[in-house]
Write a protein that binds this ligand. Structure first.
Ligand SMILES: Nc1nc2c(c(=O)[nH]1)N[C@H]1C(S)=C(S)[C@@H](COP(=O)(O)O)O[C@H]1N2
Ligand SMILES: [Mo]
Length: 321
């Protein structure tokens, strides 16, 4: 059984854990200079007894981090997931993703590039300094979280891939291995999970190649060892556990768009003015907060409009949902 933080008896929080958390706080504060936020986070990093901390990452503060937002507890970020390769219920990935092996791991790059390449995950981890970026994260199902991700701009990786000028889109393909992901065929999706971005969206500085959260490597259920986060789009644009990146000329087919094109468009920018066919998009429920703090208005482009709206100038966002 997974205990909510509020349900953990204080006697189960050992002094050692308290000490380790205090240490993590000092290190994070020193590295990022954001003592106030880090202090907030530390109280949320306390794990139930017996739950080991994941490997730490060295992160630097990022000017692209969203400020003035309360971060979602670690427990919720790691126990309320969409990762259909590990089951369709929100609690399934935390239960089932232990079978994912994240080493050895490599990402193949192919398509319209100078030459095909393969990046080992440990090379990718060191390609650029790891930044902590707090981003709002919103699912099309009308729930949301605020997550301190760790990574660097996807553009840094794309530059290392040396795409040709003819590349107009980039496609991300996730691992599809029924041995490591035994639940995969219980969800009737086209595997491997595929997502795509237009090249200018992929090159936008907010788009994050993501390796961690809360200053630690990604837990398997959150898409270890590497995923993408596109903060102004719905969560499903953020492919997890990526094994292949393909540069292509035309719009790639994507898993959710193939499955239900009337519900999941290719662009999928967060848009409170376009209702999902089955529900309103006007508000969202922020997971992990007291009930009176949960209901929030949904913001256009998830609140990142100042930075990204110009990417869609002249496009009809009702048609290109
Ligand atoms: N490979 C893969 N990537 C995926 C998904 C998935 O099922 N498989 N679900 C998507 C959806 S719908 C969402 S909302 C986010 C959820 O990310 P989180 O569980 O880390 O919050 O991952 C996205 N990426
Ligand atoms: Mo989602």
């Amino acid at each position: 059984m997974i205990l909510k933080k509020s349900e953990i008896p204080t006697s189960e929080i050992t002094p050692k854990q308290a000490y380790m958390n205090r240490r993590a706080f000092m290190a994070a504060a020193a590295a990022t200079g954001v003592a106030a936020i880090a202090g907030e986070r530390v109280s949320r990093m306390v794990r139930p007894a017996g739950v080991e901390a994941a490997e730490k990452l060295t992160v630097v503060n990022s000017p692209l981090s969203t400020t003035g937002v309360e971060v979602t507890p670690y427990e919720d970020i790691t126990h309320y997931n969409n990762f259909y390769e590990f089951g369709v219920d929100k609690g399934d990935p935390a239960k089932n993703a232990g079978t994912l092996r994240t080493r050895p791991w490599s990402v193949k790059v192919e398509g319209l590039v100078k030459e095909p390449k393969t990046f080992d995950i440990d090379t990718l981890l060191k390609l650029k300094p790891m930044e902590e970026r707090v981003y709002r994260f919103r699912c099309v199902e009308a729930w949301s979280m605020v997550i301190p991700w760790a990574g660097y701009s996807l553009s840094e990786f794309i530059n290392a891939c040396e795409p040709l000028p003819s590349a107009k889109y980039v496609q991300f393909l996730s691992l599809a291995d029924s041995k490591q992901e035994p639940e995969i065929y219980n969800a009737h999706l086209n595997w491997p999970y595929s997502e795509g971005l237009r090249m200018d969206e992929a090159m936008h500085p907010l788009t994050l190649l993501t390796f961690g959260l809360y200053g630690e490597v990604l837990p398997n259920q959150d898409g270890a060892p590497v995923r993408v986060i596109v903060p102004w789009k719905y969560g499903f644009k953020s492919a997890k556990s990526i094994v292949k990146v393909k540069f292509v000329k035309s719009q790639p087919s994507t898993t959710w768009n193939d499955m239900a094109p009337q519900e999941y468009g290719f662009y999928s920018n967060v848009n409170p003015n376009v209702d999902h066919p089955r529900w309103s998009q006007k508000t969202e429920r922020r997971i992990g907060f007291p009930i009176w703090k949960q209901r929030q208005p949904t913001l256009m482009f998830n609140g990142y409009g100042d930075q990204v709206a110009q990417l869609y100038a002249g496009m009809d966002l009702k048609k290109n949902y």
